[in-house]
Structure formats: C-alpha cells, structure tokens
Design a protein around this ligand. Structure first.
Ligand code: 10G
Ligand code: SF4
Length: 320
C-alpha cells in the first residue's frame, strides 16, 4: 500500500458556534422538549443546513413568513438574526406563543437605532442589503428612517439632510477591515456623526476573523465550514483570501470538497463560521485523514466565554 503524503492541519481558534447561535438552537430544542412538535421557526434558526435538518427531524417546522403558519398554540420562534417590528406585532395579533431567539447583540443594535431615532437623528445602517439581520434592523423604525450604506462609495456619495444630525449602526457580522474603511469615510465627512466607538461587529465575528488572519498567511489552503448564505462565514473566506491564501473555500460538508483544489498542499487552515457545528469540522478532518497523514495544530487569537441565557419563558423557573 502506498504511504499517504503528510498534511499539517492548522485549526483556527475560536471557530464555530457563538453564544447567540447556541442560545438560538437551544431555544428550539427546549421548546420542543417542553411543548412537543411542532415548533414553528421563522427563517432558518441559523444559516446552516445541518442544524436546520436536525431540528426539522425533531419536529421543528421552518417557514419564511408568519402567514405560512396555521392558527396554533404551538411555539413560534424568531431566528437569531432578528426580525422587523411588524413580525412580533403580527404574532401578537394572531395570539401566537412567540419565542424570540434574536441574539442579544443584535437586539442591542436595534436599541441603539431606536435611541438615535428618538433623538431625531438621521440614521445610517452599514450592512448588506436583503440580509435578514439588515431587514430586521431596518424594520425597527418607520420606512425611510434608516438608510443603508454597503460600500465606501455609498459613504462617499451619501447626502444627509443635516450633516450634524447623523448617526450610524452596523450589521454584526461584517468584515472588520471593510467596515473600518466605511466608518473612516463617514467620520471624515461628518465629524459630528454619532455611533458606537468603532462599529457594532460582535465579539464572535471579530475573534473568528482575527484567527483567520493569523492562520491564512502560514497555510497553503483554507477551508471555512459554513453556508453560502452565512454572512459571517463568507467574511471568513474573504479574509483568508485577502491574507494571501490562494485556495480559500467554503464547505458545508466533506462531500462539498473539490479534491483537485487541494492537490500537493502541505498545510491546510480550517475554521468554521458562527453557525457551523464542530461535527462538520471533524467530518472534514476525517476526509483529509483518509488521504493524508495528518498532524494537527491550533492557532488561537482569543479566549471566549460568553453565554446568553434562554428567552425568559423557557428558563427552568419560568413555569413555576
Ligand atoms: O452570519 P449570518 O448573519 O448570515 O448568520 P449565521 O446564521 O450564519 O450565523 C450566526 C449569526 C447570526 C445569527 C447573525 S447575528
Ligand atoms: Fe450574536 Fe455575534 Fe453570534 Fe450574531 S454572530 S448570533 S451577533 S454572537
């Protein structure tokens, strides 16, 4: 038998599930355990097919909009990405038992936007059009109250009604580097703009990008476990590419890997987006182990110990 070529896998740390994703998945799991199936979930609870398929197998029913749900006493969960204000309003009108799995760090951005609005400011949201988190944040306020800024070109071109009465908030899963460029343009053009100290990118996005920045320059290729609709995972792939990694790809499962892309490599970086389960990282390592003699090392950029408690109605003491 031919001996396998050596391959060093460099694991990025932190990677994978963030505290908001754990809370969102636990919300659905706990609702299923307490109330039984079905538990309705508006939108993918997090952007990961494996997670969604697993929950569906346990009795979760995924819908895109509330009008797909029949009149029911079953729980209705809102996804981790957050929802426009009219969604909980509609849920209340229909007497749904709703459970909000919006990440507390997204809710914090919703609150910031609401405060700026109360103070009469013109609000800019830095983010990607049509992403559910952006739809949710825009939907906290009346139409037209918030303008979307996607690029530095948008920031250069924006014409405010009053340059001294502006504020900005951001999506939580953006590229740190792209966003600091956009914020720099806004602060330079509008020195009195209100906003967070830097941006609203969360700890998990920040740390996962920092780990990729450390690993990408020292590997021949990088795999990011994550889905093509996962904003934070897409950003990790981009960071790897920008740090000079010639092969930087997303993979949802080991079966997605195009092995021709990895011929002749000696080192492979491996990370996972905030919605990607560690079992898939293990599955991919297993697939490489069939073809290579592996050695594994971990490069760490930060320690994480965030924990977000479940929605109040699901906490153990809630029913008593
Ligand atoms: O990265 P996005 O926002 O697309 O979501 P995800 O489900 O892939 O990862 C978890 C992040 C969120 C719930 C958005 S705050
Ligand atoms: Fe919350 Fe950040 Fe995770 Fe989004 S990526 S769910 S903001 S911790």
């Amino acid at each position: 038998m031919l001996s396998k070529p050596p391959l060093k896998i460099v694991l990025c740390s932190p990677r994978g599930f963030c505290a908001g994703v754990v809370r969102a998945i636990d919300t659905v799991e706990r609702a299923l355990a307490l109330y039984g199936a079905p538990v309705y979930v508006r939108h993918e609870i997090v952007h990961n097919r494996y997670v969604v398929d697993n929950l569906r197998a346990k009795g979760a029913v995924f819908v895109e909009e509330l009008d797909e749900i029949p009149d029911t006493k079953a729980p209705v969960v809102f996804s981790a990405h957050g929802v426009p204000k009219d969604v909980p309003e509609e849920a209340q009108r229909r007497n749904f038992f709703s459970l909000d799995a919006t990440c507390p760090l997204v809710t914090k951005v919703h609150r910031e936007a609401a405060i700026h609005y109360k103070r009469g400011r013109e609000i800019l949201l830095i983010g990607h059009s049509h992403h559910p988190e952006v739809v949710g944040t825009l939907g906290q306020l009346p139409e037209g109250a918030v303008s979307l800024i996607e690029t530095t070109a948008d920031a250069e071109a924006y014409q405010p009604k009053n340059p001294d009465n502006l504020a900005f908030v951001t999506q939580t899963t953006l590229s740190i580097d792209d966003t600091s460029g956009i914020v720099a343009v806004l602060r330079q053009r509008f020195p009195n703009i209100s906003g967070p100290h830097k941006e609203d990118i969360c700890y998990a996005t920040t740390n996962r990008q920092a780990a990729v920045k450390k690993v990408a320059p020292i590997v021949d290729a990088m795999i990011v476990v994550g889905a093509p609709n996962s904003s934070n995972s897409l950003r990790l792939r981009e960071v790897a590419e920008r740090e000079g990694c010639k092969v930087a790809v997303l993979a949802q499962r080991a079966s997605d890997i195009d092995w021709t892309q990895f011929e002749g490599i000696a080192t492979l970086g491996l990370t996972a987006g905030a919605s990607a389960p560690e079992v898939i990282v293990e599955e991919i390592m297993g697939a490489f182990a069939e073809r290579y003699e592996l050695s594994v090392e971990t490069v760490s950029a930060a320690e994480e110990n965030e924990f977000f408690p479940l929605p109040r109605a699901l906490r153990p003491d809630a029913a008593e």
